[in-house]
Ligand binder design. Structure first.
Ligand code: HEC
Length: 106
């Protein structure tokens, strides 16, 4: 019984990890199609908008609006245009979460 429980926990952890990796991958794919023309992923330097390196992992606040870093604000940002950044109304909640996961890893 104990082994079964342990196996189950391991399975859930590994399945969760695989799902996270897949989410980051999907997010990176969306970024390369929709965002990279205006945002560098590997530096803080401005392209059209601010560079995304460490934007979530190293910051408490987003660089332009100074809003606290959160998935909630990120969702709002992608739904409503900010400055000359266009809105991305067509992205689903899952796609937005994938993008967020990708940005977390930069
Ligand atoms: C046409 C160029 C353009 C595209 C495409 C674009 N952005 Fe932006 N982005 C900008 C600009 C310009 C700013 C700065 C906005 C401002 O000054 O208010 C910005 C700001 C941001 C910020 C910081 C917001 C803040 O509140 O500080 C994030 C995060 C961001 N963009 C993510 C993305 C993501 C993710 C995508 C792809 C889905 C994307 N952007 C696509 C131009 C763009």
């Amino acid at each position: 019984m104990k082994h079964l429980a342990l196996g189950l926990v391991l399975f859930v952890v590994l399945a969760g990890k695989a799902e996270d990796d897949a989410s980051v991958k999907r997010g990176g794919y969306i970024f390369m199609n929709r965002c990279v023309m205006c945002h560098f992923p590997d530096t803080r330097k401005t392209r059209v908008g601010p560079g995304m390196k460490g934007i979530i992992s190293q910051n408490s606040f987003f660089p332009a609006s100074k809003k606290r870093v959160s998935l909630k604000f990120f969702k709002e940002l992608l739904k409503k245009p900010a400055g000359i950044m266009p809105g991305f109304k067509d992205l689903s909640p899952r796609e937005i979460k994938d993008l967020y996961r990708y940005l977390e890893g930069l």
